[in-house]
Design a protein around this ligand. Structure first.
Ligand code: AMP
Ligand code: MG
Length: 320
């Protein structure tokens, strides 16, 4: 399977595969026509650049014009793993992959299937999440098929993706480094290695064009209830019809809401919540009686920052 997937990638095909964050939709990153097929299959806007997956730091450095000191330290500390680095791009990276930017995003994934695939392909693999643009990212092969059946050449099934939210994206082409997207590697861990990260300049030219789109959203409207577990249950009960509301919440909150039968348990921690977030949104979206999905989350610590970021983009409304 992995050898066939590698051959397909080398010859311009589209292969969906598991990573430790979410499932990716891969194509040869050095082949502009292959990369363009990713945008077509996902319905992805052309100004949203792709992350290029590599087998190791050397392959990443070969795609860049300069390899900043911060990149050296971050690679040593966190690769392979859920960290994407934005660096000045070498001209070998086609413009379609970079969405015309002078930079390229690179990541070395830790998932054994992804690593075997990259070795078999012997080319860097551009891979955004394997969902239709705007939908929740897939954490299972079934979710990939739900969105992309008939639009990809092969789906490699590797079970559930482990972390459940996408990689953390850090721009090291500038100093101090910018946190473009919180994700599967906690901000605190990165700052322990390179010092404080800064926020993208508000209102400035979008450094990371993907940030401007509605994202991660199921078909039903999502409300983000940004309250502590102690307060959230009372708000749900006061404002939501148990028959028509899907509730996605930490275990402690659901324990206080037994009448809400359309419920997904995010578990006791940010780690379990990250694993269950996207699949939970998809699951509640499949229940005909559910008219609205209420997601309860309020922590910014560890993976909590990425969870809040995804909910902010998926939700049409935030209740505080
Ligand atoms: P995904 O859709 O999960 O693959 O995420 C890709 C995201 O990585 C994009 O939406 C951008 O936010 C970010 N990204 C990729 N390439 C670049 C780049 N060259 N500069 C800035 N951000 C990038
Ligand atoms: Mg995505």
């Amino acid at each position: 399977m992995v050898r066939r997937a590698g051959r397909l990638l080398r010859s311009g095909g589209l292969v969906a595969f598991p990573t430790e964050t979410v499932y990716g939709l891969g194509a040869n990153a050095l082949d502009a026509a292959a990369a363009a097929r990713i945008f077509a299959a996902k319905g992805r806007p052309a100004d949203n650049p792709l992350i290029v997956h590599v087998a190791d730091g050397e392959e990443a450095a070969a795609l860049s014009l300069a390899w900043p000191a911060a990149a050296v330290r971050l690679v040593r500390a966190f690769w392979p793993g859920p960290l994407t680095l934005v660096v000045p791009a070498s001209p070998v990276v086609p413009a379609v992959v970079r969405a015309g930017l002078p930079t390229v995003a690179v990541r070395c994934p830790a998932h054994p299937v992804a690593r075997a695939l990259l070795r078999a392909a012997r080319v860097p693999v551009a891979a955004p999440s394997a969902n239709r643009s705007g939908r929740p990212s897939p954490t299972t092969a079934r979710a990939v098929a739900e969105d992309l059946d008939g639009r990809v050449d092969l789906v490699v099934d590797g079970g559930s993706a482990g972390i459940g939210v996408e990689s953390t994206v850090v721009d090291v082409s500038v100093s101090p480094a910018v946190l473009l997207r919180p994700g599967g590697l906690p901000r605190e861990d990165i700052e322990a290695v390179v010092g404080p990260l800064v926020e993208p300049t508000p209102g400035g030219p979008a450094r990371s064009p993907g940030m401007k789109y509605r994202h991660y959203a199921p078909d039903r409207p999502v409300v983000w209830l940004r309250r502590s577990p102690a307060e959230a249950a009372a708000v749900v009960r006061a404002r939501c019809d148990p028959a028509a509301t899907g509730v996605l919440a930490p275990t402690a909150v659901l324990a206080a809401l037994p009448e809400y039968v359309h419920a997904v348990d995010l578990g006791p921690s940010a780690e379990t919540a990250a694993q269950r977030l996207f699949e939970g949104l998809r699951r509640l979206d499949r229940i005909p009686a559910v008219r609205v999905i209420v997601a309860v989350w309020d922590s910014d610590r560890g993976l909590g920052l990425a969870i809040g970021n995804r909910l902010a983009k998926a939700a049409g409304e935030v209740w505080t």
